[in-house]
Design a protein. Structure first.
Length: 582
DNA sequence: GGGGTCTGTCATGAA
DNA sequence: CTTTCATGACAGACC
């Protein structure tokens, strides 16, 4: 059924995630980087190094936002940089005496594309995404994929995907060991205009950018330091720069801020959420999901709509939910002439119009006995309660037994027929009711009253007839009610499958978007490092990444500006979104 | 014998 | 007020 396709979709997602994860491993993002305890430890060290303290919320403190800050979330892509990363950088920078002190440099490690980490964090949404992934894993027959996620250390595939380890090929590629830009020439094609504009920008506003022909770049900065160039200090609460302006995003409209926030949050949530305990809990949830325990997405509206759809789709069994009562009841009243004595009677009495409706209930086990007569093999399937009498049996019950039968067999048949008769039929026979229970139950009120008026009936008889009618109608109502309930369940299950398919597809798309985003970001990082590393001042010396930063102007030009200036601008730009979100 | 399912019935509320 | 219908709850029959 659809279940299989769902399974395949789910496994495709897992494959995709897994592939991405492996790619990131190839890129050098080791899982140990995300070790939680280690991270915390490193953060403590960071606390001592940083003076601002505004980013030093504890993990337990302020939930997602605190998490985001502590994880040094990339505001652009949501990539979270574990603290160990910072520590490593700090240790490297210590080896470079010419550089400024760790706080600034640490922060300078982060991409100029980094924005403030504050984000409109829809944690619940992220959790739902997580649950989706879990769900897909739970449905995955091959457990290997789920093991990867469940057992993975805090650095889960996704978060690992979007993390940048210090030794990623990107950084290596852009290291200034390379004499030319060939290594990333294709990258420059993205921003060739900016590169060409560099000299113009420098001459017009700020320090002149001296084209680099030096080969001592690496000796001065080291590739790691160059990487450090790449990251503005706005995440840093320290001296020089807490709020340098985030450099204009070269990716421009491609990277919508909201989108980036969401991505970053997703990463965090995933990183947070993928621990074995929660995974198993989620698994249990899904295991116990019978299709009725629906999540919030299956709201009453969904239910009603599904019922409405059931009416239209599932053999037109019921009409639109709210208006179903009247029409359905009509159908039901006629569809379930379960106490009907004979089909002939119905037809003779003008109940013919009801027949087409029988097909509606073919799926149900409590079908109209008259319908069962069309499917004789069903008569003895399942429960054979004495309440309902098969039409054929009813026929022979009302008619005298065939004379060809021996008396003993007659008695046997009579016993059998007695057993087949409903209790009300027994009562009616005992009370000598002069018409069939089918008439009693199914005749319209007027005709029913007419029928009663034709006979002289005792009070007891009338009472019994009214009870028979009431019970008969209620019996049909109960049958209809149960059928509706079953249809509703089936339709809800179908809806759940559809929604799960949609969700899996959306998750797939999301992962693909994240991947392309990551690639773009890496290109930008490469370009930044390449450009900055080649800049030389009047004396032919490279610029210190802790003192200068590149800034992309709106017109496509690139400016080299002092860090302090850049930080101020970042601070200004950071304030705006915060205000907007309040 | 106990549990699950199916079915009929009753009580109740709504239309 | 009566009738009809929907539905939850319960019980009996059956497997």
């Amino acid at each position: 059924m659809g279940w299989e396709s769902h399974l395949t979709a789910a496994s495709a997602d897992i494959d995709l995630i897994d592939i991405l994860w492996r790619q990131d491993i190839d890129l050098g993002a080791g899982r140990e980087v995300f070790d939680y305890s280690h991270r915390q430890k490193e953060q403590d060290v960071d606390k001592e190094l940083q003076d601002g303290g505004e980013q030093e919320d504890t993990w337990a403190g302020e939930g997602a936002e605190a998490l985001a800050r502590d994880l040094l979330v990339d505001g652009e892509t949501g990539e979270s940089f574990p603290a160990q990363f910072r520590a490593n950088v700090a240790s490297i920078t210590e080896a470079v005496p010419s550089e400024n002190e760790s706080p600034a440099l640490e922060n300078s490690l982060f991409s100029p594309l980094l924005t403030g980490t504050e984000s409109p964090f829809d944690l619940e949404q992220q959790w739902q995404d997580l649950m989706s992934i879990m769900e897909m894993q739970a449905m995955e027959v091959n457990t290997s994929a789920s093991e990867i996620l469940y057992n993975a250390p805090p650095g889960d595939p996704l978060s690992t995907n979007y993390s940048l380890a210090p030794n990623t090929p990107i950084n290596q590629n852009v290291s200034l060991h390379q004499a030319s830009l060939g290594g990333c020439s294709q990258d420059f094609s993205l921003f060739s205009s900016e590169v060409e504009n560099l000299p113009v920008a420098s001459s017009s506003t700020l320090l002149p950018l001296v084209p680099s022909n030096s080969t001592s770049l690496n000796s001065t900065f080291g590739s790691t330091n160059l990487a450090g160039l790449f990251f503005p200090p706005q995440l840093n609460g320290t001296a020089n720069d807490t709020a340098g302006p985030e450099l204009p995003d070269p990716l421009g409209g491609l990277l919508d801020e909201a989108m980036l926030d969401e991505i970053s949050l997703m990463d965090l949530a995933i990183e947070e959420g993928f621990n074995p305990v929660q995974a198993s809990q989620l698994e249990e949830e899904f295991d116990s999901d019978s299709g009725l325990s629906l999540d919030s997405s299956h709201s009453p509206s969904s239910l009603s709509s599904s019922e409405g759809s059931s009416s239209s789709s599932s053999s037109s069994s019921s009409s639109a939910s709210s208006s179903a009562s009247s029409s359905f009841s009509e159908e039901g009243a006629v569809g379930y002439s379960s106490d009907s004595e004979t089909l002939d009677l119905e037809e003779a009495e003008g109940a013919v119009g009801y027949q087409p409706e029988y097909s509606k209930f073919c799926r149900m086990s409590y079908q109209d006995p008259s319908q069962l007569s069309c499917l004789p093999y069903l008569e003895h399937v399942g429960h054979n309660h004495t309440y309902n009498m098969a039409p054929s049996a009813l026929d022979s019950a009302d008619l005298p037994p065939p004379s060809t039968l021996k008396k003993s067999s007659k008695e046997k048949q009579a016993d059998f027929l007695d057993k087949q008769m409903s209790r009300d039929e027994h009562r009616a026979r005992a009370m000598k009711i002069p018409f069939t229970n089918d008439k009693i139950i199914n005749l319209p009120v007027e005709e029913f009253n007419e029928l009663l008026s034709k006979y002289q009936l005792s009070e007891a008889q009338l009472s019994l007839i009214r009870d028979i009618r009431r019970r008969g109608k209620n019996k049909m109502a109960a049958q209809n009610c149960r059928k509706r309930k079953l249809d509703t369940i089936l339709n809800l299950e179908r809806d759940v499958e559809d929604l799960q398919r949609d969700k899996a597809r959306l998750l797939r798309e999301k992962v693909e978007f994240l991947r392309s985003l990551r690639q773009m970001k890496q290109k930008v990082q490469s370009l930044y490092q390449e450009v900055f590393g080649r800049l030389r001042d009047e004396n032919g010396r490279p610029y210190s990444p802790s003192q200068y930063a590149l800034q992309y102007a709106g017109d496509g030009s690139v400016l080299l500006i002092p860090r302090t200036m850049a930080d101020q601008q970042v601070r200004r730009q950071e304030r705006k979104p915060k205000d907007r979100r309040k």
